[in-house]
Ligand binder design. Structure first.
Ligand code: KG4
Ligand code: ZN
Length: 342
């Protein structure tokens, strides 16, 4: 089987070709960062319009680079949600139409399942069951993964996601969008302990997170005194340390609680080096194996969508009807083992 994956849930347009036997053959991506930077965040309507322009050329590029003729495709997988509904619709309409024209199944993929399965693109795939920490711009979750669609949500954020906390703090520091990686860069020259921001929920049992208080603390620190370069770096370091400590503390507790020996870390924030390092040492202390997608597959991409689409297809999932599926809200917990669109 050879599958085309299409991603368009937010501000990345992407296409990829994955072969069941030969693995990932190509992936092409266009990031809309420059388009949205002017506005300090993603403007949904601009995102949709740009996806319309970018997606088809990216699909052509992914097909050409993988030396795949359209007729050789066995299926088309597209991100059906969760995400910006207009942006989702562009990829869903394209994916659905291509599948119809080629007479092959279309698979409506859950974006978070894509992130969860991204480590399967690597040479050393994680065995089941495992614990997954999913940290992106929209989600912060600890999940026990027992199989495809067999997910037990241990806990998630009550308010802001980890990536959102990075981005909002970065904005308060006057950093350009997208703030997460920018803040991480600034934090490198910051001093540990100069700012001791709150680590909410860390002293409580359970696996819930809360990051909304962090931006208030950062706002106060920024307002207290016009920050010079060192103070800004110190604040950035304080923010990163607070987020990393919280994520690592809860993840370590979940490892201890479940006794699972394998940890997957996925989603855009898993690109953060401080987080990777701290999780690696927490895992090492416990004799737990840790798995990250390669950096380019931590953030949104189509390779992970093709991977999730292939896994679903092998299970027999593919919509027989012609519906173009796009869901802004789509709880991960509503997925079942047998059908991507359950
Ligand atoms: O998974 P993703 O690409 O998109 C969503 O599905 O949300 O994640 C994007 C998030 C953004 O909040 C971004 O700032 C954050 O991941 N991010 C980072 C880093 N790289 C991306 N946050 C901290 N450090 C990074 N190096
Ligand atoms: Zn994502």
């Amino acid at each position: 089987m050879r599958i085309l994956g299409i991603e368009s849930s937010c501000d990345e347009s992407a296409a990829a070709v994955l072969d069941e036997e030969r693995g990932l053959l190509s992936h092409a991506l266009f990031s809309q960062i420059d388009l949205h930077r002017l506005y300090g965040g993603v403007v949904p309507e601009l995102a949709s319009r740009d996806h319309v322009k970018r997606l088809l050329p990216l699909v052509r590029q992914a097909l050409a680079e993988s030396e795949t003729r359209p007729g050789e495709l066995s299926a088309v997988a597209y991100t059906a949600g969760p995400g910006l509904v207009g942006a989702l619709l562009t990829g869903a309409a394209l994916g659905r139409s291509l599948a119809y024209a080629l007479g092959v199944p279309a698979v409506a993929v859950h974006h978070l399942e894509g992130h969860l399965l991204a480590p399967l693109l690597e040479d050393r795939p994680p065995p089941l069951p495992h614990l997954a920490l999913l940290v992106s711009g929209g989600h912060t979750m600890l999940i026990v993964v027992r199989g495809l669609g067999d997910y037990e949500l241990l806990g998630e954020t009550r308010d802001d996601a980890a990536g959102e906390a990075f981005d909002k703090s970065a904005k308060l520091l006057g950093l350009p969008y997208p703030g997460g990686p920018e803040l991480a860069r600034l934090a490198e020259s910051g001093r540990a302990g100069a700012f001791d921001f709150p680590r909410p929920m860390l002293d409580r049992a359970g696996f819930e997170f809360s990051f909304s208080g962090l931006k208030t603390a950062v706002m106060l620190a920024v307002r207290e005194r016009e920050p010079d370069a060192q103070r800004r770096a110190d604040i950035a370091r304080g923010v990163q340390d607070a987020i990393v400590d919280t994520l690592v503390g809860k993840t370590a507790a979940a490892l201890d609680d479940t006794g699972l020996g394998h940890l997957v870390v996925a989603g855009g924030v898993s690109a953060n080096r401080a987080l990777r390092g701290a999780l690696e040492s927490a895992a090492r202390q416990r004799g737990v194996e840790i798995y990250f997608p390669r950096l380019e597959f931590c953030t949104d991409n189509a390779a992970m969508i093709a991977m999730a689409g292939l896994a679903r297809l092998k299970q027999g999932a593919a919509a027989g009807h012609l519906a173009i599926e796009a869901r802004a809200q789509w709880p991960l917990g509503s997925l079942r083992a047998s059908n991507a669109a359950a």
